[in-house]
Every structure is written in C-alpha cells, then in structure tokens.
Design a protein around this ligand. Structure first.
Ligand SMILES: [Zn+2]
Length: 552
C-alpha cells in the first residue's frame, strides 16, 4: 500500500449497492481504491477531508452520450454560431482552454463532466473504422474514465452471417470486432434501416419484419442474432439497442416488438423516450404517450433495462448513427444537415435542433421522458440520460434531478409548457418523488451494474475511489450542479468548482475470447470490399495510454 492515505471523515454516505442509505461514516482511500477502515487510534492519514454535513456518493456514470469520434467532431465544426455565443473555458495552471456550445471541445467535455460530479462516460456510437480516431480524442478528454460502443447493427458481415445462418461465425466476428476496435460493447442503431437508407433515396425500414434489401434479413433477425452472440460471449454489457423508427409517431409497437425479439437475452434499450410514441400518419394531433404500455413490460421483465434520453428545452445538436433520422429532422426543421456513409458498417446524420416549450410535440417528448423515470418501479432498471447532446446537454442533469425529487417544481414547470400536454400525458397525475438514494441509483450505481463495472458505482472495499461530495440544499438543482469536491482514482480533481488536477483517465474496453480461425475468412472478405487493408484495421495498444480491460 502506498504511503498516501486519504480519509473522508463523517460524510453522509449513499451507497445503495452496499445497502447504505445516508449513514454517517468514514471512507479510507489508498492507491486509487477504497480500503478497509484503519482502526489504530494513533494512525494519522496523509490528508483528511471533513465530510461532516456533506453528502457522499460514488462518482456519476453517464452510460449513453456522444463525446468522441467523427460524428461529434463534425458537429463541432458544423456549429460555429454556437461557439461564438457561448463562453469558452479558460486556460488555468491545471487545464487547457476549450469551447462550449452543445458539443464542447474534448478538453472542455472532460472538465465539465467532472465538474458536475461525473467520473465515467461512454460514447454510444462509434463506427469501427473510426475507432482509432475515437481513442485519440479520448486521450484528449481528461478527468474521465471512458469507453465506447461500436456500431454493429448495419454491418455487412453481420447481415451476411445471419443470412447464411451461421451464428458461430457471427459470434466470432463480434468477438474479433470488439478486440480490434478496443470497444466496450456492441451497439445496434436502427438495425437494417441505415443500410436501406444508404441504398435507396429516403429509404428506411418500417418495422422489425421488413426485409433489408440486398441482404434478405430483417431487423428482428439482426437484433436476435447480435443479442445471442453478445450474451454467449459473456460481455459485461451485452447489447445496447437504439430501436428502429426513432422519433416516429406510433413507434411504440416497434419498441415493444424489439423487447420481445430479445427472447429473454439481456439487453439495454437506449433513449427509450424517443421510442414511446402513439399516433400516426404524420398528424401532430394524434401524437401521444405510450409509456405506460412499455414501462409495464420493463417492470415485468428482468432481462431489460433502459436509459431515458430526456428532452430539455433549448438549442442543441442532433447527432446519430441513424442516417435516415438525420435526413428526416433536417427536412422537418429546414436546418443544415450532414450525412455520412461509413463503408460496409454504418451511417451518420447531424442536424441542429431547438426544443421549444410551446411546441406540443417537444413538450410531449419532455413529459414522456419524465414519465419513464416515474413509471419504472425499480430504479435499477432506468438510467438518467439526455442522450447528450441529442435531447439536451449533460449539463441539464441537475435540473432533471430537481424535476424528479421535487413534485411542486415539476408541476410549476408543467404549467408553463404547451397546455395540451396535460391531456396527452399522465405527467400531471404522477406524484412520485425520487429519494437521494434513488437518484444515486439512476446516476451511478444502476449504470455501473448494467455495464458490469464491478469496481464502480459503489464505495465498498476494493471499489475504485471515484466519488462526489455534495453540499445539501433544498433546491436539488443547486445541490447537484456544483459539487463540493470530486475525487477520481483516489485523487482530488475538483475542489469548490475548481479543477485541481486533470489526469487522462482510463479507457475501459473488453477483450472477449473468440475463435481466431475466423480471421482468415474475415481478412479475405475484408480485402474484397474495404478501402483500407485488413492489417491496418485493428487499433494497437499504444492508442490507449491508460487502457483497462473489463471482464464479466
Ligand atoms: Zn445516442
């Protein structure tokens, strides 16, 4: 054990994974880990943080955001008007300068997350071909532990092996891909739909059983095939799903079918708010919430978890691996638009968006997100997210916490938005208020469990010493937006809002075993179709200066 021992003395600790709900206790830290209490009365720790009257939680974990890779980088370049309007982050003795707007620069992203008490974040959509770029950006995103999910739901080899009924090859390919890209989990985005869009003007798939042209497979087969492969590989976070038909009125039935298509395999459905809509035929007057139907299904099935993708009012940037969605949004709002076709693998769409509290559709989206938090009975099954920056910035998390913990505030805000939302959503009738322990679950302990991060999301002996200390306040937004102190890897990174240190943070990835004999076949297929050579594809270790392999 190192000589430096840090003691957090007398804080009110929230650690739901270890059954601790606000008990006053001491925490001891050495070598970046929580250690057993030192009981020798003569022992003097190297540093003592007085936690009396303060609230201590594990560091926050954002399990779905967009903070690295080509999509994020393109969005930065695409929104100079936002950069001009927003105050920059100034350089200090400990930090670089950075730019803000809805898509902050790499350095600013790290500083702002950790300043909010978040110590781990996962980018949710990296094309395999751009894995190296994402890792390079991670190296410039300080203070955070991070990782990414790699796009697999429109990959040609995936569809080929499903069409040829070769689940073992699919499993080996998935194992190889996760190793080659040093990703944390497989991601499915609009399975099959992006491939159709890349081949047909305005193309997409309308439901789980529509055939993907060229490959003769259905979205249902892609979801089932990848979920089975990911579960058999015993990944800590098996499969992360962005359902088909995102944002479309009436899409709730597709979402329910996706839940059923998993056939009991573990799966996480992301930004579920965007997939819970009733109505149809492009008629705004029929748009409504179907959260109760879907939340009931989640409440009854333990293989499923969700994050919300909360919409918050204001200006942001929509960025997605769902190419046809980007096209749809740009047409709807008449904005500038970026689209990309990543050969053999995926697509991308980016468009600015402004959520208005006087728009019936936007207000309903806001209400539907809040319904999700309030209608999933078990907080371990629902995770806080804005799908940063799609529904809003991660900087809105403290406001969401206040909306969940303070019913009076929620009702006050509800009175200021489009009045018809009260007829089309249950929100006005929901009286539930989250407790501090439940907030701790949906912002850190729950995501750690869903991601299979055994050393994070709790403060038991052996846990990574990532923790956030808050000053209690009646106004929970005030309490959560400016933590008193943030510690990551046992080091005090933030003190009274000032960054004191900015280490690079770890990159979390998986390295499942797979049948390596598959590589010969993948290589031959690869050389026929890709624009780069097979041997140049895998990301080498030097791109992860501080990598950590996570196992089940
Ligand atoms: Zn997303």
């Amino acid at each position: 054990m190192s000589d430096f021992i840090l003691k957090i003395e007398g804080g009110q600790v929230h650690d739901p994974l270890n059954g601790i709900d606000g008990q006053v206790m001491d925490l001891w830290i050495a070598d970046g880990k929580i250690i057993p209490p030192i009981t020798d009365p003569g022992f003097r720790p190297s540093q003592i943080v007085d936690g009396s009257g303060l609230i201590v939680m594990p560091g926050g974990i954002d399990m779905h955001c967009h903070i690295a890779g080509p999509k994020v980088n393109t969005a930065r370049k695409m929104r100079p008007e936002e950069k001009r309007k927003s105050a920059p982050v100034h350089r200090t003795e400990f930090t670089h300068s950075g730019t803000m707007g809805s898509v902050p620069s790499t350095f600013a992203t790290g500083y702002k997350y950790v300043g909010l008490g978040y110590t781990t974040a996962f980018d949710a959509a990296i094309p395999p071909l751009s894995a190296r770029h994402a890792h390079e950006e991670f190296a410039d995103t300080p203070c955070l532990n991070k990782g990414f999910y790699v796009l697999m739901g429109n990959n040609h080899y995936v569809m080929k092996s499903i069409r040829e009924s070769e689940p073992e090859k699919l499993k080996s390919f998935l194992g190889w891909m996760l190793n080659a890209t040093k990703a944390f989990a497989p991601k499915i985005v609009n399975p099959g739909g992006v491939e159709v869009w890349k081949n047909l003007p305005s193309g997409n798939v309308s439901g789980l059983d529509e055939k993907v042209n060229l490959y003769d497979v259905t979205p249902r087969q892609i979801i089932r095939g990848l979920a089975q492969a990911a579960n058999e590989l015993q990944l800590p976070h098996p499969v992360h799903i962005h359902c088909n038909q995102l944002g479309m009125p009436g899409n709730w039935e597709t979402t329910l079918e996706t839940m059923k298509a998993l056939e009991g395999h573990r799966g996480h459905l992301t930004h579920i708010q965007f997939h819970s809509y009733g109505g149809g035929d492009g008629d705004e007057n029929t748009f409504n919430s179907k959260v109760t139907h879907l939340a009931d299904y989640i409440n009854e099935h333990d293989n499923l978890t969700v994050d919300v993708g909360q919409v918050m009012f204001g200006e942001t940037t929509s960025m997605t691996g769902d190419g046809p969605l980007g096209y749809f949004l740009a047409n709807l709002y008449g904005t500038k638009w970026f689209s990309a076709d990543t050969e053999m693998e995926s697509g991308c769409g980016i468009a600015p968006i402004r959520y208005r509290n006087k728009s019936l559709v936007h207000t309903l989206q806001w209400a539907i997100g809040l319904e999700w938090y309030l209608l999933v009975t078990d907080p371990w099954k629902v995770v806080m997210s804005t799908d940063h920056p799609n529904g809003g910035s991660f900087l809105a998390y403290p406001q969401i916490i206040r909306l969940l913990m303070d019913r009076t505030y929620r009702q006050d805000v509800l009175r200021t938005v489009h009045p018809e939302v009260r007829q089309r959503s249950l929100l006005g009738e929901l009286n539930r208020e989250y407790t501090l322990n439940e907030i701790c679950i949906i912002t850190r302990s729950g995501p750690a469990k869903i991601l299979g991060l055994k050393n994070k999301g709790h403060l038991g002996v052996g846990a990574d010493a990532d923790l956030t200390i808050y000053t209690p306040n009646e106004n929970k937004e005030t309490m959560f937006e400016l933590p008193r102190m943030v510690i990551a890897g046992g080091e005090i990174l933030v003190d009274q809002g000032d960054i004191r240190k900015s280490p690079v943070g770890k990159t979390l990835h998986v390295s499942p075993n797979y049948d390596v004999s598959i590589e010969k076949e993948i290589g031959e297929w690869f050389e026929q179709f890709y624009s780069i050579q097979f041997r140049n594809y895998p990301v080498s270790d030097e791109y992860l200066p501080n990598g950590e392999c996570v196992t089940m």
